[in-house]
Design a protein around this ligand. Structure first.
Ligand SMILES: [Zn+2]
Length: 487
C-alpha cells in the first residue's frame, strides 16, 4: 500500500513537472533582428487623398444606377490625376471599372506579386444617416479621425497602397520583381466583373503570381482576454458557404383536425438535431497554428492549457467552441436563418421549410455538409434539398512558411513592434476567392490597427479610421511592397 502511494505521488509529481516545463517553454519566438523602422512621407497628402476618395459615392448596390456609374467614373479620373507618379511608372489595364496597374520589375524571371484592395463601398442603411456623427460621404477630417463610408472598407486599403507606391517611386526605389496593383469596383457584390476579370486576364496572359495580398483581418485590439497586444491575423484561407433547404413533409388538411404527423413537427425535430450535432471540428492544421501562436501571449492558466493539449485538449476545444468568434475558426458552422410553412392560420402546411446556412471550414467540402445533414435528419418525413446555387467551397489554405507570409509578418513587426502575428482564417468573403486562382499563395490582411469600437463601423454606422493608424498602415504597405518586390 505504501509503495502504491509512493508510486502515485511520484507519478503526480512527474506530471506536474512536465506540465510546468511545457508551459514555461511555450513562449513566442524572439526575432531580435527586427528593429522598429521609422519612415517619413507626406502625411498631409495621404490624409487629404483618403478624405477626398471617400467623397465619391462608389456604392455597390444590387442595381447600378446612372448616378452611381458616373461616381465610379469620376473616382477613376480623380485617382489617375491624384496619382500621376504611379500612372507614369506603371502600365494600366482597365477591366470594366476595375484598375490593374503593372509596375514592371528588372528581373522578369521572377513570378510577380499582387497587392490589392477595392474602392466600392456598401450603402448606408436608409434611415440611419441621422445616426452618423459626421455625414457618411463627407470625408471629414478632425483632430483624430478621417470619417466616412470606406474609411475602413476599403478605401484606406486602396489609398494606402497608392500612397506607399508613390513614396517608393519618390525615393527612387525600383522593383526587381514585377508588382501588380489591383483596385476592384464590385467586391461588395461578389467581384464577378472586377477581380474575376483580373484573374481571367492574368491567366490568359500566362501569369501565375508568387503571392497576393488583399483586404482581410486588421491588427485587432482586445481580441484575447488578458492580452493587451494587437493581434495581426494574416488570413491564409477563407471559409466557403452553402445554404440547404430542410423540408418537413405531411399530408396537410384543416387546422381544426390536425394529424399527429405535422410538417412543422418534423421540421422542428430536424432543426433540433442539427442544433445538437454541430459539424465536427477542433484544433488542427490552420486553427491549431493560429491559437498555438496566440496562446503563447496569454495569461498563465490559458498558456498552461494550450501548452499541454495532450492532457487539457478537451477543455481547450470546448472553451473555444463556446465563443461564437472562436467556434467559427474551428468548424463549419450551422445557422438556420429563414423559416416558412403554411400561408394561412387554419391550413396545415404540406411542407415546412427551413433555409440553413453553413459556413464551410477549409477542412470540409460542400459534399461533407450534405452528408452530415442528410445523415442527421433525412427520413420519410424530412427531405434535404439543394438550392439552385450550388454554394462556394472554402478556399485553398496558403502557406504560413512562405516568403510572402514572412514579408508581411516582418513588415508588420517592423512598423508596429511587439504585436502578435499568426496565420488566420477569414470568416467573410473577399475578392481573393478570384485572385487566389492565379496565385501560389494568397493572404488577406489590412495593416491598420483597429479597436473593437471602431470595428463596429465596418459596414455600419460612424465608419472612421484613426489618422495615426492609417499612416502607420501606409508604412507597413511601404515595407511589404518594398521587400516583396526586392527579391
Ligand atoms: Zn471590403
Amino acid at each position: 500500500m505504501l509503495k502504491l502511494i509512493k508510486f502515485s505521488s511520484a507519478t503526480l509529481l512527474l506530471l506536474i513537472v512536465i506540465i510546468l516545463i511545457n508551459t514555461l517553454t511555450h513562449n513566442p519566438s524572439r526575432d531580435d533582428n527586427l528593429k522598429k523602422i521609422v519612415i517619413n512621407f507626406d502625411e498631409v497628402r495621404a490624409i487629404n487623398n483618403l478624405s477626398d476618395s471617400i467623397k465619391f459615392k462608389t456604392i455597390s448596390g444590387q442595381n447600378r444606377s446612372q448616378e452611381s456609374l458616373e461616381e465610379f467614373e469620376s473616382f477613376i479620373q480623380w485617382l489617375k490625376k491624384s496619382y500621376q507618379l504611379v500612372a507614369a511608372n506603371t502600365s494600366l489595364q482597365r477591366l470594366n471599372d476595375t484598375l490593374l496597374f503593372k509596375w514592371e520589375g528588372s528581373n522578369l524571371n521572377l513570378k510577380p506579386i499582387l497587392v490589392t484592395g477595392h474602392y466600392d463601398v456598401v450603402p448606408v442603411i436608409p434611415g440611419t444617416e441621422e445616426s452618423w456623427d459626421e455625414p457618411p460621404y463627407s470625408g471629414k477630417v478632425d483632430s483624430e479621425y478621417v470619417w466616412g463610408r470606406g474609411a475602413l472598407d476599403d478605401k484606406s486599403g486602396v489609398i494606402g497602397i497608392l500612397e506607399a507606391v508613390t513614396h517608393l517611386i519618390e525615393s527612387g526605389f525600383k522593383p526587381v520583381r514585377t508588382i501588380y496593383l489591383s483596385f476592384g469596383h464590385d467586391e461588395e457584390i461578389g467581384g464577378v466583373n472586377g477581380a474575376a476579370e483580373v484573374a481571367k486576364y492574368l491567366a490568359e496572359e500566362g501569369i501565375q503570381l508568387e503571392w497576393s495580398l488583399d483586404e482581410g483581418s486588421f491588427l485587432l485590439e482586445g481580441f484575447i482576454p488578458g492580452v493587451d497586444k494587437y493581434v495581426a491575423a494574416i488570413n491564409v484561407a477563407e471559409k466557403g458557404s452553402v445554404t440547404l433547404q430542410v423540408v418537413g413533409k405531411a399530408t396537410g388538411g384543416h387546422s381544426s383536425m390536425p394529424t399527429r404527423s405535422s410538417a412543422v413537427g418534423h421540421l422542428s425535430k430536424a432543426l433540433v438535431a442539427l442544433d445538437e450535432n454541430r459539424m465536427p471540428g477542433g484544433l488542427e492544421g490552420l486553427s491549431l497554428a493560429m491559437f498555438d501562436e496566440i496562446s503563447k501571449h496569454m495569461p498563465f492558466v490559458y498558456k498552461m492549457a494550450f501548452a499541454n493539449r495532450w492532457i487539457f485538449g478537451g477543455i481547450v476545444d470546448s472553451y473555444l467552441s463556446r465563443v461564437p468568434a472562436t467556434n467559427a475558426m474551428l468548424r463549419t458552422t450551422t445557422a438556420p436563418t429563414m423559416l416558412s410553412a403554411s400561408v394561412k392560420t387554419n391550413v396545415l402546411p404540406i411542407e415546412a421549410i427551413a433555409l440553413v446556412n453553413f459556413r464551410i471550414h477549409p477542412q470540409n467540402s460542400v459534399e461533407d455538409v450534405f452528408t452530415h445533414v442528410r445523415g442527421l435528419v433525412e427520413n420519410e418525413n424530412v427531405e434535404v434539398r439543394a438550392l439552385s446555387y450550388a454554394g462556394r467551397p472554402a478556399s485553398q489554405v496558403s502557406s504560413w512558411e512562405s516568403e510572402g507570409y514572412k514579408v508581411i509578418e516582418s513588415s508588420v513587426k517592423e512598423i508596429f513592434g511587439d504585436v502578435i502575428v499568426a496565420p488566420g482564417l477569414m470568416i467573410a468573403g473577399s475578392d481573393t476567392r478570384h485572385y487566389g486562382k492565379v496565385a501560389d499563395n494568397s493572404y488577406r490582411f489590412n495593416p491598420f490597427p483597429l479597436s473593437n469600437k471602431e470595428l463596429a463601423g465596418f459596414h455600419g454606422t460612424n465608419e472612421k479610421i484613426r489618422k495615426k493608424d492609417f499612416l502607420d498602415g501606409i508604412r507597413a504597405y511601404i515595407r511589404i511592397i518594398e521587400k516583396g518586390s526586392s527579391t
